[in-house]
Design a binder for this molecule. Structure first.
Ligand SMILES: [Zn+2]
Ligand SMILES: [Zn+2]
Length: 301
């Protein structure tokens, strides 16, 4: 099977093609009709790119967060989160509202870098053979390792007591997360944690189709780590890890892997810490609360 040929053909579905399609939707006429096959005016490209990013991320969020919610919290409820689960519709509505406006601003902040991608100022390339097939095949893994490393340190920075309450606190207002918590961020927080994905294409070559697919996959992963149900894969930061992050604030900062948490001793193993909850005031020192921290083993006795 001609995989490379297939990739090259599918690659006509580039970001530029999609942005031109959105532009046609907005303006009611194609750029070709306007004689703009080579260059879309920057203002028009900017608004089409913003709308493409916003609608794309909203669609991914509404569709897959809903699907994940129905699977985990409705259909497989007893075998996953337990029959004690009660939907808190007020909180879910708050998650959806925060995500919906925040994604609009995050998309706006991301638009300039995506314009650089479309205009050829990044290391995004089109021919799968350009850097060799081995690099082509391994580049998504490099993308994850690079992003995970930077997100670990950015995320730790967001938990610094001088920064936390201004930027990261809204996301941590959701203790018992659902898939709808995935993009419920202060927009600057969400942008900061998404910046490694943008930086990657300025530093490393990345095939244009893999770039688009990878952005979709990292979005899905963000939904997945908020649904409280995890596949226990060694070295992988799953939903059980991220649940501990939401309930104890200063552990399991990683997004995909547990490597940096293990290196800097911020790793908490879900097998031992599953039911521990800390109060935010206690962690950030605005209220005393010694003795609240208990290991899950102590809890169960
Ligand atoms: Zn989270
Ligand atoms: Zn956090």
């Amino acid at each position: 099977m001609d995989v490379i040929g297939a990739v090259a053909r599918v690659n006509t579905l580039s970001e530029d093609t999609l942005v031109r399609w959105v532009d046609t939707l907005i303006s009611g006429r194609s750029s070709q009709d306007d004689g703009l096959s080579g260059a879309l005016p920057l203002g028009r490209r900017f608004s089409a790119t913003w709308l493409f990013l916003y609608l794309g991320s909203l669609l991914l969020y509404y569709l897959f967060a809903s699907l994940d919610y129905v699977l985990v919290f409705v259909i497989f409820k007893k075998s996953t989160v337990g029959s004690k689960y009660r939907a808190n519709w007020r909180e879910i509505w708050r998650e959806i509202r925060m995500s919906t406006w925040s994604l609009a601003v995050m998309s706006l902040l991301t638009t300039p870098i995506e314009l650089l991608v479309q205009l050829g100022y990044t290391r995004v390339y089109d021919d799968p053979r350009e850097y060799g097939l081995v690099y082509f095949a391994l580049s998504p893994l490099l993308f994850l390792v690079f992003s995970d490393t930077l997100i670990y340190f950015i995320h730790r920075g967001l938990h610094h007591r001088l920064v936390y309450r201004y930027l990261h606190k809204p996301h941590h207002s959701f203790i018992d997360t659902t898939p709808f918590s995935a993009f419920a961020f202060h927009p600057l927080d969400g942008f900061a944690q998404g910046f490694p994905y943008q930086l990657f294409v300025l530093v490393f070559p990345f095939h244009s189709l893999l770039h688009l697919i990878s952005l979709g996959v990292v979005g899905l992963w963000t939904i997945n780590i908020h649904d409280r149900v995890t596949l226990e894969v060694p070295g992988v930061n799953g939903a059980a890890h991220h649940r501990i992050h939401h309930t104890t604030f200063r552990s399991n900062y990683g997004q995909y892997f547990t490597f940096w948490d293990r290196v800097f001793k911020t790793h908490k193993d879900p097998k031992q810490w599953r039911s521990v909850k800390l109060r935010e005031e206690e962690v950030y020192g605005t209220a005393a609360g010694k003795g609240y921290l208990q290991r899950v083993n102590d809890d169960s006795h």
